[in-house]
Design a protein around this ligand. Structure first.
Ligand SMILES: Nc1nc2c(ncn2[C@@H]2O[C@H](COP(=O)(O)OP(=O)(O)OP(=O)(O)O)[C@@H](O)[C@H]2O)c(=O)[nH]1
Ligand SMILES: [Zn+2]
Length: 199
């Protein structure tokens, strides 16, 4: 049943009743009363939050790399976007993964607007993920669509499924990386990009 307040404000229009019902059932299963005043609008809020968390299923991150430009004054060194904060959700527990990414590439013929690298990250992060796949998907997408001479992606993140449950160990971060092209093949380039990342 749709909660009265949700009917009044109409914000749950378009959210399937079985989705609202599933959240109500989870609240009940956790031990609370989904009909009490403070929880009456919660299924709608959760459903809308899911739309935000998982908006990545509705987008193709590669499209962010379709607008490139050539005129960069002959610049042919590393381009690095450092400390890009992001959040995702682990596919095992649907718990938050919160961290930062460093994304670098060595341009070939074309460069991309720098915000687009963060958009690619957010697109893949807004899905159920494991950190290894997120890292690989971001690197592969840039490699394939920008055709640079090298790509380096390093992600450092904390997993709420480790800090807030299970092994209950806050303060742990996981680091993953994917190096492609010169950053994989050439030791000096790899060292340079890692040093620019502050690693
Ligand atoms: N490699 C990897 N593991 C992850 C990631 N996110 C969560 N995990 C782990 O996925 C594993 C799932 O293990 P299971 O034994 O199936 O689940 P569980 O019984 O809930 O495990 P615990 O978390 O140890 O309680 C756990 O060890 C998590 O820490 C990730 O991004 N990468
Ligand atoms: Zn997990």
């Amino acid at each position: 049943m749709t909660a009265p307040n949700d009917l009044a404000n109409g914000r749950d229009n378009g959210i399937p009743e079985d989705v609202l019902g599933a959240v109500r059932r989870l609240i009940e299963w956790a031990g609370d009363d989904p009909a009490r005043e403070g929880l009456a609008d919660t299924p709608g809020r959760v459903a809308r939050a899911y739309r935000e968390y998982f908006r990545g299923y509705g987008e193709d991150p590669a499209l962010h790399l379709s607008r490139t430009f050539e005129e960069v004054g002959g610049y042919d060194e590393i381009v690095l976007l450092r400390d890009i904060g992001f959040q995702s959700h682990c596919e095992h527990h649907m718990a938050p993964i919160i961290g930062k990414a460093h994304i670098a590439y060595l341009p070939g013929d074309r460069v991309v607007g720098i915000s687009k690298l963060a958009r690619v990250l957010k697109g893949f992060a807004s899905r159920l993920q494991v950190q290894e796949r997120l890292t690989a998907e971001v690197a592969d997408c840039i490699w394939e669509h920008l055709q640079p001479r090298g790509v380096a992606v390093v992600i450092e993140a904390a997993h709420a499924c480790m800090s807030a449950r299970g092994v209950n160990t806050p303060g742990v971060t996981m680091t993953t990386s994917r190096m492609m092209g010169v950053f994989r093949d050439d030791e000096r380039s790899r060292k340079e990009v890692l040093s620019l990342m502050g690693l």
